[in-house]
Design a protein around this ligand. Sequence first.
Ligand SMILES: [Zn+2]
Length: 465
Amino acid sequence: MLTLARRVRSILLLSLVVFACSRTVLAQTAGDLDPRIVTLVASISPERLGATLKKLESFETRNSLSSTDSATRGIGAAREWILTEMKSFSPKLQVGFDTYQVPKQGRIIRDVELRNVMAILPGRSPRRIYISGHYDTVARAGGQSASNSADGPLDPDAPTPPPANPTAPLDNLAPGVNDDGSGTALTIELARAFSQSGIDFDATLVFMCHVAEEQGLVGARLHAQKAVAEKIPIEAVLNNDIVGGDTGGSGIVDGATIRVYSEGPEDSPSRALARFVQRWGARYVPSHRVRLMARADRFGRGGDHSAYNQLGFTAVGFRESRENFTRQHDVRDTFAGISLPYLAQNARVNAAAAATLALAPPPPVVTNERGQPTISRAPSGYDANLRWTASPGAVAYRIFWREAWGPDWQRDLLVGNVTNVVLPNMQIDDYVFGVAAVDAAGHESFVSAYVTPPRASTPIRTSGQ
Ligand SMILES: [Zn+2]
């Protein structure tokens, strides 16, 4: 026999389900693809990417410690050109240097002024989506292939021997067309495409060309530190570093896939962002496959997304599928190692993911003020009861779940403009649940997953000690 209270709860549950179904039909009529995003993705130009790469190569070196007094050579000329180029795209883009005075430390072998080049496309809200690469370069004798041939992964933070004259500019040839001219050209091309799209984005988009990645993610760390200090709401960073080559040094050619690295644990926001890139990349660019890598980065290698992760931000790293180490940190990293059709496909995946994210509402909050997940077994004690905080602009939410063993979502269900759903008789201990916010046109946020934060170990006192 049902008690009265349980009967009332059953009626409420039923009405919720009916409401959810009616909203499901409504939201699905909007279709999966936004024609404006289709147009934006199609506007990515391999020819423009190629022209940008040739220009970047012409500076001969973009080492962060190279000359700044030449109009045609070195990092000073390169950053001025990137600034001017991005300024030319649209009056909507706010382009400027993100400048820091950095004293000698670590791999920065002398005091130096470092400048990220940053273009902001303001949205209706201050929350920010970043697309990034690093425009600085480095070349060493033997390059990355010599490092790889050493026994075991090298420590990326190991000190390098100082040059004979540490005050002289490091002007040795370092073309860096793939590392990371490719990520820089992609970032610049997306700055153009987004700012000229005519789309009114909800999120603010930031196109960031980082400096001094090769000295230990320095430009990215400095900006992430500033974002923490100034409480800049960075929602997601899509970082691209070495994304232009389709032919590996071992001879394998793969121009149809891209790797995306993200730090754990399994349901961290960065993993949710990585799954989002795969889901929406596959819809807008079905000819290209995103291979998700459940690790922060490659062995012994680093990238700017990690600088954001380390300060608590959500960030992933795009890497070409087959690397050629003889063309990294080496004078041989030239235009000849680039496949423009491949780089363009990677740019399109970035564009699809960033545009969808920037049009979607922010991801729902699924924790309470104490950081605990708002999931319970109520009302029966055997149900999955999910609560979340409404996201501004959402008209529906999509619930995702999978068995609590496995990397990818297995089921999803679109529900209405509610902040609580009960899935009867689903044992919450056996599944991972998450929820994404959906707007009227079907744009989805990435998924906020219900996870238990790690518990601190409480030491047990013993008597007589
Ligand atoms: Zn790099």
